[in-house]
Design a protein around this ligand. Structure first.
Ligand code: SAM
Length: 258
C-alpha cells in the first residue's frame, strides 16, 4: 500500500496551525454537504440527533484522517452516525474503511455507505476485530472506553495509531476519556487539546471540543520519552479525582444526559 501521503506533525504545533495549514481545506465544503445531508437523513426518520456531533468537530476528524492518510478507522459510539459518515467520507478518499460500534442501534447509518456497524460495546467489538486479525490506525472515542477496551487497543492498534476524543472541556466525558487513555494506552506521543474554533473562508469553522493524541512515530521535533509517558500515567493515577468510581460516575452521568 502506498503510504507516501502520510504527513507528520510538528510536536510543538498548535491545533490552529495544524488546521490552517492543512492540504485538505478545499475538501471541507463537500464534507459539510455530507454532514448536512446526513442530518436531513436521520431527521426524516424522526430522530433528533441531540447527542450527535457538531459540524466543526466532524471537520476536525476529517482533516486528521486525511492528513495522516488513515486507512482503518474505528469508532466507539455510533449513535446516529454523524461522525461515522464524515470519517467514512475521509477514509474512503484514502482507500480505507470505517468500523463503528454501539450497544444501541439507532438505525441511522445509510445502508449504502459501506460503514461497518458492530452492534455491541467497544470491548466486544474490538475482540471481534482481533479475531479477524484486523488492525486500526485511527480511533475516535465518543464514549469512555473501559480497561478491557484499552487492553485490546494495545494489541490491535498500529504503533502509529492516532486517537481522537470528543467533548474535551465541554463535558466531563472528554477529560475522563483522556485520563483513562493516559492510564492504560501504552504508546508514547503527544496530546493536542482544542483551542478556539478556527474560522476559515466560506463560513466554515473547525473544531470545538475534539482533542487528539498523535504517537511519537508521527511527530517531528521533541518526542515523549518513556519517563514522560510514565509520569503522564502516574499523574492520572495519583490525582484525587482519578479513582475507579470517578470513571464509573462519569460514564453514568453521560448516560443520564442522553
Ligand atoms: C455521544 S454519542 C455518539 C455520537 C456519535 N459519534 C455521532 O456523531 O452521532 C455516544 C454513544 O456511545 C454509545 N455507547 C455507550 N456505551 C458504549 C460502549 N461501551 N461502547 C460503544 N458505544 C457505547 C451510546 O449508546 C451513544 O450512542
Amino acid at each position: 500500500m502506498n503510504r507516501e501521503a502520510v504527513k507528520l506533525m510538528d510536536a510543538e504545533s498548535s491545533v490552529r496551525a495544524f488546521i490552517s495549514e492543512s492540504a485538505h481545506l478545499s475538501e471541507l465544503p463537500a464534507a459539510q454537504t455530507v454532514w448536512q445531508r446526513h442530518a436531513k437523513f436521520y431527521e426524516s426518520k424522526g430522530i433528533t440527533g441531540e447527542n450527535s456531533t457538531s459540524l466543526e468537530d466532524c471537520l476536525m476528524l476529517y482533516l486528521l484522517i486525511r492528513h495522516f492518510d488513515r486507512r482503518r478507522v474505528f469508532e466507539i459510539g455510533t449513535n446516529v452516525g454523524t461522525t461515522s459518515v464524515i470519517m467514512n467520507q475521509a477514509v474512503k478518499k484514502n482507500g480505507g474503511t470505517c468500523t463503528t460500534c454501539d450497544p444501541v442501534d439507532y438505525g441511522a447509518l445509510p445502508a449504502d455507505s459501506g460503514i461497518r456497524f458492530i452492534h455491541a460495546e467497544s470491548d466486544t467489538a474490538l475482540a471481534r476485530l482481533k479475531a479477524e486479525h484486523s488492525t486500526i490506525d485511527f480511533a475516535f472515542f465518543d464514549w469512555v472506553p473501559d480497561k478491557r477496551t484499552l487492553n485490546l487497543a494495545n494489541e490491535l492498534f498500529d504503533d502509529d495509531a492516532v486517537i481522537a476524543v470528543h467533548d474535551y472541556r465541554l463535558d466531563p466525558k472528554g477529560q475522563a476519556i483522556v485520563d483513562i487513555v493516559n492510564l492504560h494506552y501504552r504508546q508514547r506521543g503527544r496530546w493536542f487539546f482544542p483551542e478556539a474554533p478556527v474560522q476559515l473562508a466560506d463560513e466554515i469553522r473547525v473544531n470545538i471540543c475534539t482533542a487528539f493524541f498523535v504517537p511519537n512515530q508521527l511527530l517531528t521535533g521533541r518526542r515523549e520519552t518513556s519517563l514522560e509517558r510514565l509520569k503522564r500515567g502516574l499523574s492520572v493515577l495519583l490525582h484525587p479525582r482519578m479513582t475507579a468510581s470517578h470513571f464509573k460516575r462519569t460514564a453514568i452521568q453521560s448516560i443520564r444526559r442522553m
